[in-house]
Ligand binder design. Structure first.
Ligand SMILES: [Zn+2]
Length: 132
């Protein structure tokens, strides 16, 4: 593609071109330093002008829309999973059972079992094979 003409630059900046032609001119300007500089200068000369038609929406869509949707979907899934887990715990009565547990008694039982295991291990250590 040849360099952008002054007429094309102004058409581009005014948003008067069909989308396909708009895109072709922008793609050239993105790849060509000379036309990018001309486009920049032309834009500076027309300060109050809006960006080419559809450019902002196109850029925003490409840059943000997809990752944002995925992040939102992922976050929503995690929140739903957490809520579902909380509801399951709530309705299964886990919290009620936890409140009813006799922790000192459980602690005592565990200590007793550990003591028994230690005694058992000591007996094993002192075990001597029977003489033949
Ligand atoms: Zn060019």
């Amino acid at each position: 593609m040849s360099h952008l003409t002054e007429s094309q630059l102004h058409s581009l900046l005014s948003g008067a071109l069909p989308a396909q032609e708009n895109q072709a001119l922008l793609e050239h300007a993105l790849a060509c330093d000379d036309c990018a500089a001309l486009l920049w200068q032309a834009n500076e000369q027309l300060p109050a002008i809006a960006p080419p038609l559809g450019l902002e929406a196109h850029v925003l869509e490409r840059a943000h829309a997809r990752p944002r949707q995925e992040t939102l979907r992922s976050y929503t899934l995690r929140v739903c999973a957490a809520m579902a887990a909380a509801l399951v715990l709530l309705f299964s009565g886990v919290f009620q059972k936890l409140a009813q547990l006799d922790l000192p008694q459980i602690n005592q039982n565990i200590q007793t079992q550990i003591t028994e295991l230690i005694d058992y291990a000591k007996e094993g250590l002192h075990f001597e094979p029977k003489p033949k």
